[in-house]
Write a protein of this length. Sequence first.
Length: 236
Amino acid sequence: MSVPVCFFASTQLQFVWNRATDTGRIIICVLAVFSLFAWWMMVYKANQMTRAKKLNLHFETEYNRQKNVLSIFDRRLQVDGCPMFAVYQEGCVELDTRLKSESGAARKQFISLKSMEHIKRTLEGAVARESIKLESGLILLASAVSGGPFIGLLGTVWGVMDTFAMVGMAQKADLATMAPGVSAALITTVAGLLVAIPSMFGYNFLVHTLRVRTVELDNFAQNLVSKMETEYLKEE
């Protein structure tokens, strides 16, 4: 009768855990918590960027249908969580402010080149703020990628040090004495790699997605400025 491989694996892990030092167990628990936070952040950021992509697509489709650049703004449409809409909204608020007459009763037909430069800076700031929102939290994954293996290595070095100390006190250096302690020490390095490897793939994917979203926002802001200049900039 064959015994499942998973039984041997669980038995080996239980044996190694039982032989691990208190320091090693603490480091493994810290890495486990770190891994949970890293996985949560990867799922959260992936959902956030996927939602941003869908909302951007829907808003851009609606925006391209409008004949006037302020049409959506005048309709008081709100699209929460859409980075492209946030950029559009800030730009239109600034344009609307520049178009308002002193009495505030009606809009002027044109704005000056200086006013348009102010609008461009407003849009640049809006793009930067939305990019920072999408980027927030990625530092946790970067820390998991770079810090996980070192924390695991710390546990391994500490465990090996304790093992050699025990061998020195026992004055008996055979395989039966050293192997359990060394294997218990090495498991912390394994735990560190199990934190770092998934975080590395997730981080690279999210950074690439962030760059794509940022380029989309930049392109949209340039397109928005072009439309504003075409419709409202007075030719000298």
